[in-house]
Design a protein around this ligand. Sequence first.
Ligand code: ADP
Length: 212
Amino acid sequence: MKNLILIAAPAAGKGTLSEILVKKYNYAHISTGDLLREVSQDESELGKKVTNMLKNGELVTDEIVFELLEKKLETINGPYILDGFPRTLNQAYKYDELVVKLKKELGMVVVLNTPYETLKKRIVGRVLCKDCGSIYNTLTGVNMPKQEGICDKCGGFLYKRSDDNEESFKTRYETYMKKTKPLIEYYEKKGNLYYIDSSDTTTMLREIEDFL
Ligand code: ADP
């Protein structure tokens, strides 16, 4: 299995797709958003700084992101999925160097395409399980939890991410268009770019499996 980089607007399905591929193909899942949310729980200065950046939907500095990422990559031996990284051209350049340093493979880059209105509903209605991380939605009609506020899979409590509101979605979407979309051209030139339709889970999985 090749390493995967997922490029997608907020709520385009990176988390959901990763969850499926981890179960089915034993990929390790590295989400820089998850790594940052973990750090933001710390009482430290760094924790507070990260918390603020996340709340406003701003990108966290490369220095912080790379430190967390490199530490995580060092613990991984098999194939992995990068979810939410790289997010800027500068991160992509630096990641090319990190891959060489850590003797990893760049692998395949997959772009997930979903219409804007679907993304907004997914964000505003998204809830997650505190215990197992499963993702649900209370607005789209897809993946609605059977009992309000409770995870179908493990019975854990469901919560909303502090950045999953309309205001922050707009900032995150604009940041995606301005800073992350240019990565598509960068990887296209390298010849390792693939597109999938991520407007629903079945299509998304079928299309990615054609490439894997
Ligand atoms: P989403 O893709 O839905 O915005 P993520 O969990 O990937 O969710 O990211 C949440 C937030 O974490 C981002 O809005 C940003 O503030 C921060 N973040 C995640 N990955 C990166 C990264 N590679 N570089 C800088 N900031 C990041």
